[in-house]
Ligand binder design. Sequence first.
Ligand code: BGC
Length: 250
Amino acid sequence: MAKVSVGVDIGGTGIKAALVDVKAGELVGERLRVETPPGGRPEDIAEVVRNLIETLDPKGVAKSVGICFPAVVQHGVTLSAANVSKEWINLHADKLFTTVVGREVYLINDADAAGVAEMKFGAGRKESGLAILTTLGTGIGTALFINGELVPNTELGHLEIDGVDYETKAAFSAKERENLDWDQWAERLQRYYSKLEALFTPDLFIVGGGVSKEHEFFLPLLKLKTPIVPAVLKNNAGIIGAARVASKNI
Ligand code: BGC
């Protein structure tokens, strides 16, 4: 039987979970999604996660549970909270989840999890050298890989450009909030990716997040030296990456 782990992807608006075949990098069965509880507070989110895991794996057959979260995560502690409740800052979130869920849980940053999945099973599969995955969603998440090895918690979405935290300008949420058309948004993305390019000289950019489904409307507008490609695992990258990392670490 395939080695199965649970993957959970916590976001500012929704929480998604599924069983994952961690060798194949594929979901097993259905993916569940529920709204993130208003306020995004730790206890409320942990309770939602417990329910999702119980529904997916009532008999506890999955080998491990991986959860990805939109914050800096170091040794199971959430150290930032850009788009969630500030109560997450300095919280031993792995302990909270482990207690509430009743099973050991491995916690990782959401972009790092998506990156792990894309590098192993998706757009970065054959990539050696320096690859940067960016997720364009409520915020901008980044994951940096050197020869396939993750350098965790890079947080390059908060790069300051023109005196502002640039995720507030170039995330997909900014496009929606300010009603930007594709050209207007692409100008901001151009500024952002040019900056990353100047700082890191990467070999590859991978663009994830829900909007990557519509990549043909904005990626061709960008003029960069670095190849820039859409993520291929779409909305499942975080779930698959979290499950895979948990299966290696628990
Ligand atoms: C957070 C990151 C996260 C990204 C995408 C940013 O605001 O600081 O930790 O990866 O959003 O969710």
